[in-house]
Design a protein around this ligand. Structure first.
Ligand code: ZN
Length: 430
């Protein structure tokens, strides 16, 4: 089996792995102006997509811009998310010559799409492929590829439930008294199918996440105290996964919240796939607890003056309705901006954390409102990665999707693994 890394090698973004020049695993975009595609201009016989985030599914329509029509395999939620993302990219880039694809290409996606559930083997380019629940976002999959001799497991992005004991936080349970140890939106990855080669993500290879229960309590108490003091809390959140997680947290802690931006449509999409979320009832209640913002008739200005939480895109303050709210609330120290995920270097969110200022619509604004940061990550941390990989001590491990892949591979080797971190464009024979 020949494995080529066309993107996401030693970086986060534009994930793409090509197997034997025939089967393509993921084809993501790296955000930027213009967005960048994976390298190598592949023309695969079939494509398998792990999950519906921009950096894994965002460039898929561009594979259909020539005469080739490879089948595209994914879970039902991933298919719908990929279409949503593609239409959003068209809206942002459509008329620009640097747009990665056209409206025609997106239409073709619907013609070549093949959806599969977890644990249902299917044929793609002559390989037997099986999806396993990766616990990252609804529909996210580990991808097992079997050519009859070699079994390749592509973990893609995944999250494991917190196995730590002795947490100081009150135990979180669902309505039926069952414990919740990870994300509320989806349960963590538990399947460990046998494999000879594992390509593993490593986003948080050097991070120990705070216990999820402690993190959630800290967030809830902070937001509630600001609301009691008469303030407004802006909660910037990614549309896919994070917005719904925060809606579930707001409902569980009885925090009044509005939801704005693309996360509204994604919530409807997830509600259409109850089998792919941890607790469809909880999501339904979270939806009725939250108030969705239309943005008509100055609604955002009115909401920004209320004592409430506002969950809104974008997660790093680089666009979306957050751009309307932040200038409205920024000058009162009683208000708060609660960031909910990692802030990439160069984004307004990162700038705000580091300097207390943010550039909004080309204007640098000092922010008097308090700024806090909570890591509601949907990725396994170091302990989660090691716990997962422990099931693959006999396999060859290839580390990708991280900022320090080579260092993590070296640490794995020191721990007895056969591990390496291929670079962009590298070919590995296994
Ligand atoms: Zn992801």
């Amino acid at each position: 089996m020949k494995i080529q890394f066309l993107g996401g090698a030693g970086e986060v973004g534009r994930s793409a792995v090509l197997v034997d020049d025939a089967l393509l695993l993921d084809f993501g975009l790296m955000t930027g102006t213009p967005p960048s595609l994976p390298v190598g201009d592949p023309s695969p016989e079939a494509v398998v997509v792990s999950h519906g985030h921009l950096d894994h599914a965002g460039a898929v329509p561009s594979l259909l811009s020539g005469s080739e029509r490879p089948e595209i395999h994914w879970t039902p939620p991933t298919y719908e998310l990929a279409l949503l993302l593609a239409r959003d990219t068209l809206k942002l880039q459509g008329n620009s010559p640097t747009s990665p694809f056209t409206g025609e290409d997106v239409k073709r996606v619907t013609e070549v799409s093949r959806t599969h559930g977890f644990g249902e083997p299917f044929d793609a380019a002559g390989y037997e492929v099986t999806f396993y629940d990766a616990g990252h976002i609804p529909g996210s999959a580990h991808v097992l590829v079997d050519d009859g001799e070699t079994r390749l497991l592509y973990t893609a992005d995944f999250h494991t439930d917190d196995a730590r004991s002795g947490s100081a936080a009150p135990a979180r349970t669902d309505r039926h008294g069952r414990p919740i140890r990870g994300q509320r939106l989806v349960a963590g990855s538990t399947d460990r199918p046998e494999a000879d080669v594992v390509i593993t993500e490593s986003t948080y290879a050097d991070v120990e996440h705070e216990d999820r229960g402690v993190l959630e309590s800290r967030f809830a108490e902070s937001v509630k105290s600001t609301i009691w003091e008469g303030g407004t809390v802006i909660v910037p959140a990614f549309a896919i996964g994070r917005t719904q997680e925060l809606m579930l947290i707001c409902a569980a802690h009885d925090i009044p919240c509005y939801v704005d931006g693309m996360g509204q449509r994604v919530t409807g999409l997830f509600r259409g796939h109850p089998d792919y979320v941890r607790d469809a009832d909880a999501l339904r209640r979270a939806k009725s607890h939250a108030r969705f913002v239309t943005g008509r008739n100055g609604q955002r200005e009115r909401i920004a003056a209320q004592n409430t939480a506002i969950v809104t895109t974008s997660g790093m303050l680089s666009g979306g309705p957050a751009m309307t709210y932040v200038p409205q609330i920024r000058d009162r120290p009683v208000n708060k901006i609660a960031l909910t995920g990692y802030q990439v270097d160069g984004t307004p969110g990162r700038e705000l954390l580091e300097t207390g200022r943010a550039e909004i619509d080309g204007q640098v604004m000092p922010i008097a409102a308090r700024v806090e940061s909570y890591d509601f990550s949907a990725h396994a941390d170091r302990e989660g990665l090691l716990d997962f990989l422990d099931a693959y001590r006999g396999a060859e491990v290839l580390v990708n999707h991280g900022d320090r892949c080579a260092a993590f591979a070296e640490e794995l080797r020191a721990d007895g693994f056969d591990a390496s971190a291929p670079g962009l464009g590298d070919v590995v024979e296994v």
